[in-house]
Design a protein around this ligand. Structure first.
Ligand code: ADP
Ligand code: MG
Ligand code: MG
Length: 912
């Protein structure tokens, strides 16, 4: 018979810390702490397998589960010396979710389960604290009502707030036992009204209903969203932990708190935490009251504080990683309720890993896996220019919850954040009293988060640290009302759309837009850490950079060349596009060549800048790729303009003519005015170029084959620039890359042009200049005939964006319409444009690499799609034996670490 339920209590547990998969992180932690003899309230864990079977069977647990739960409950009752549903000494339990990877606040927890009309009286008598008993009961009805019965929270809040208003009190704690009793009666009416049942009085029934609700919460919207963002599989399922309650809200010698063994924002080795006296668990994390720093506990209850320090230090040594823990003090006695490896910022991850190596806790090799390669990205975030800050007084200040600097326009709701960023109305700062898991989508698009309540472990703080997003929490001097439309800070009023700047490293909030400064890639902590990583790396890391500025940034982060230099912008920029347009509109080759001649020196200058920045490192330049219509106005727009011009009469005609002349100035032949006839001619050319599927149309090498003179001009610009830079004493390694090749012949034709020009230029300059000509592999056909293509190609670079588009037949620009549905249905596990589809596209990559190298053993193989900066994809490219990956400059550090992690035999750590 399968084992579904695992007990823990009285110093021993059936499970242990190694069983995260089965017991979830929380269950495994509780078992491990119990086995270690720590004070943990007894309980049992229902396995994640149960959850998977629950879903498979259409939302029912296997029959054995109820049976095993009964047994575990008996054991729990013995350990606690209390019985569920007992009228004089009732056992109360919490029912908590807990998956393999922690998903803070994403699923549901129910506290005080076991209370009903009779047991609440028993609890009141036993604790001689009726107020506490009724408060626990109303919390249960509220949590159970919203989680299990899915009654909207405001229905309960209305009752509760109504009571406070009627009693003219501000704080929850000011309501008396009698008031709470009345609230309970009204809550029960809310339940009856919304759920059409009476609030269940049978404790066992409460328990089974709560268990199933926790299983269901695995698929609630925010949990799904969180998993998607963090690449966690939907198939894992959650465990359910049932645990005897301990009460932090019994009075002045009780309390509850959370903490970290080190500072999760900076990584400094400082015991770190917050607590609230006379409070129950949720109060601390939910940001309802701003909690007190843990140092205060030392003053209030020195013995408990010392015991907590001792226990958590032990936990850190035991797990050999920074711990994030929860505790409750009931009547002066300490209980541990959770421990897990703490989530941390990128900087903290670096610092903790480095310190733990120095402390002898972990090896250098282990340290590599303690930093999530994606998080290194955060270290490159800009910060506020310290010079600028000197002259500005902060409007307000809060807790530095998640580092970085964010500048944006104020919005007050997650919905507004999403709407503003969809409309591209500039970066936004989401300002809330406190955030809740329902705000996730807004937090995701915001540049930063500012809250007026809540501490360093509030929802806003924890979630933003996970996202690597700047956050200032608990800025209590600002006021944001519920349903706010204004923010008051420093005596000033701000409304939606006003600019503010927040500093997540100091907690300061500033008016307006404070200028920022780039990060320092020579940070000693980072350099030292990377020096441990580098020896493990086999893949080279290059950057995708089109302009010298990006090339320089990439070099600073350690890029070993450019894997993709797109030349589009060299046709688009100011002073360039008119030549390009003239070239496209030219009636014959002669005029086309004349226009190209004007582009030659401009492109030469651009290439020279990049070669100089990359002194000694290879630069892969792709010849012109996009369809020509992108350089011309939209067909429909010209049609409308033309019609307007034709219909206008008299004065209107003159105004229209002037407007057209101005708008289309770029298209006028020098000196000649641009009028109706010219507009007609332009329309005709645009019609000619019009394609139903431009992505599959006249672009890539097809352009160069139709107009060889374009390729010729680009080759000339590349090699003349190379010669110039070499003459300045620098080393240049050009690699010319032909895009969108499907057949060996296409490449051969284009390569012949490039080589002819290159050899001419090199011979004329009388210098040595080794160069390569190769191709992008971005069409499935190219991957299939890669062996033949390698006859001509000296290198391959997988253009995995187009290769994904053409393999899946998904448009990268429109996949947003399909993706949410496909992820929800489990058809796709993740966005194939963000992380390589290893089973499909990956197979093409493997095949093409193998057959290419069979033809040409020294074939250089790289990748230059978005996937070049994604750790999981990088791991795959390492295993496939590629020579390099190329990614955006700001992902270079991430790619270097991910490649080192792959070389050291694993994938980068996700803090579980
Ligand atoms: P989350 O994963 O969102 O932190 P938890 O299941 O850990 O949810 O619980 C939410 C809150 O309830 C935490 O503050 C926790 O400490 C508290 N809590 C959970 N179980 C108990 C219990 N048995 N006794 C007292 N407090 C509890
Ligand atoms: Mg918790
Ligand atoms: Mg492409």
């Amino acid at each position: 018979m399968a084992k579904y339920v695992y007990s823990f209590g009285e110093g021993k547990a059936e499970g242990n810390g190694g069983m995260k998969e089965e017991l979830g992180g929380k269950g495994a932690g509780l078992a491990e702490m119990t086995n270690a003899g720590l004070p943990v309230p007894p309980g049992f864990t229902i396995s994640t397998q149960t959850c998977r079977e629950y879903y498979k069977a259409g939302n029912r647990v296997p029959a054995e589960v109820d049976q095993q739960m009964q047994q575990a409950l008996q054991q729990l009752q013995r350990a606690a010396g209390q019985k569920l549903g007992d009228e004089s000494n009732p056992l109360l339990v919490s029912v908590r979710s807990g998956a393999k990877f922690s998903m803070p606040g994403m699923m549901d927890t129910i506290l005080n389960l076991g209370l009903n009309d009779r047991t609440v009286e028993g609890l009141a008598r036993r604790t001689t604290n009726p107020r506490f008993a009724y408060d626990s009961d109303r919390r249960l009805i509220q949590m159970f009502g919203s989680v299990v019965l899915e009654i909207p929270k405001p229905a309960f809040e209305a009752v509760f707030d109504g009571k406070k208003k009627a009693k003219k009190v501000r704080l929850d704690t000011e309501l008396t036992a009698a008031d709470l009793k009345a609230v309970i009666e009204d809550y029960k009416k809310v339940v009856k009204h919304h759920a059409h049942i009476n609030f269940p009085q049978d404790s066992l029934e409460q328990l089974t209903m709560a268990r199933d609700a926790v299983f269901r919460s695995w698929f609630n919207d925010r949990a799904q969203h969180y998993r998607r963002m963090n690449n966690i599989s939907d198939e894992l399922g959650t465990a359910v932990n049932v645990q005897a309650m301990v009460f932090g809200n019994l009075g002045d010698t009780s309390g509850t708190g959370v903490g970290f063994t080190r500072n999760p924002a900076t990584g400094d080795k400082i015991f770190y935490g917050e607590f609230l006296m006379n409070a129950q668990g949720e109060d601390v994390v939910a940001g309802i009251r701003t909690p007190v720093p843990i140092a205060e506990l030392h003053k209030l209850m020195p013995e408990v504080y010392e015991q907590l320090r001792e226990i958590t230090t032990r936990l850190e040594r035991h797990y050999r990683d920074m711990q994030d823990f929860e505790f409750t003090i009931q009547d002066g006695r300490l209980y541990m309720l959770q421990t897990r490896n703490g989530k941390r910022t990128g900087r903290a991850a670096l610092k903790v890993a480095t310190d733990m190596v120095a402390e002898g806790l972990i090896t250098k090799q282990e340290a590599l896996f303690r930093v999530d390669a994606n998080q290194l990205y955060e270290l490159l975030f800009p910060r506020f220019d310290p010079k600028q800050l000197k002259s500005r007084a902060p409007l307000a200040s809060g807790l530095p919850a998640s580092p970085g600097a964010a500048v944006g326009k104020i919005v007050f709701t997650a919905e507004a954040a999403v709407a503003w960023s969809r409309a591209k109305k500039g970066p936004v700062i989401l300002v809330r009293g406190e955030t809740t898991p329902e705000d996730i989508h807004g937090m995701e698009v915001a540049a930063g988060i500012l809250t007026s309540r809540g501490g360093m472990t509030s929802h806003a703080a924890v979630v933003t640290r996970g996202m690597g997003k700047c956050c200032v929490a608990g800025a209590s001097s600002i006021t944001v009302e519920e349903h706010a439309t204004t923010l008051t800070a420093g005596g000033k009023r701000f409304k939606e759309g006003d600019w503010i700047s927040i500093d997540g490293s100091t907690g300061n909030v500033y008016e307006g837009q404070v200028p920022t400064m780039e990060a320092d890639p020579n940070d000693p902590l980072l350099l030292n850490f990377m020096s441990w990583a580098e020896p493990h790396r086999k893949l080279r890391v290059r950057a995708n950079a089109d302009v010298p500025r990006d090339a320089k940034a990439a070099r600073a982060f350690g890029a070993e060349g450019i894997g993709l230099c797109r030349t589009e912008h060299m046709f688009f920029g100011e002073g360039k596009i008119e030549h390009m347009r003239a070239m496209i509109l030219a009636p014959d080759e002669k005029q086309r060549r004349a226009a190209l001649k004007k582009l030659l020196p401009l492109q030469r200058r651009d290439f020279a800048g990049i070669f100089e920045a990359m002194d000694g490192y290879p630069v892969t330049i792709r010849t012109l790729d996009p369809p020509l219509h992108e350089f011309l106005p939209q067909r429909e727009e010209i049609m409308v303009d033309l019609e307007r011009l034709q219909l206008a009469k008299g004065a209107a005609k003159r105004t229209a003519t002037t407007a057209i002349r101005k708008k289309y100035a770029d298209y006028a032949v020098k000196g000649a005015p641009f009028g109706e006839k010219e507009l007609q001619r332009l329309l005709a050319r645009v019609q000619e170029l019009h394609e139903l599927n431009p992505m599959l149309g006249l672009r890539g090498c097809r352009l160069g084959i139709l107009h060889p003179e374009i390729t010729e001009m680009q080759a000339r610009a590349i090699f003349e620039a190379a010669v110039q830079v070499i003459k300045k004493g620098k080393k240049v390694l050009p690699e010319v890359m032909i895009p969108l090749v499907a057949t060996p012949k296409e490449l051969a034709m284009q390569a012949a042009i490039v080589r002819k020009v290159a050899d001419e230029v090199i011979a004329a300059a009388k210098i040595e200049l080794p160069y390569l000509v190769g191709t992008m592999i971005e069409l499935p056909r190219a991957a299939l005939v890669a062996g033949d293509i390698a006859q001509e190609a000296q290198f391959f670079s997988f253009g995995t964006n187009d290769l994904t588009q053409t393999t899946y037949g998904f448009s990268r620009d429109d996949i947003g319409k399909i993706l949410p549905m496909y992820l929800a249905e489990g058809i796709l596990k993740q966005d194939p444009f963000a992380s390589l589809d290893q089973a499909g596209v990956g197979q093409l990559v493997q095949m093409a690499t193998a057959s290419g190298r069979k033809t040409r053993p020294d074939l250089k193989v790289g990748i230059c799609g978005e996937h070049g900066g994604d750790p999981a994809s990088i791991n795959f490219f390492h295993r496939t034996g590629l020579n390099y990956v190329s990614c955006s400059p700001y992902r270079v550090l991430t790619a270097r670490l991910a490649a080192a992690q792959a070389g050291a035999g694993g994938e980068g750590g996700r803090t579980a």
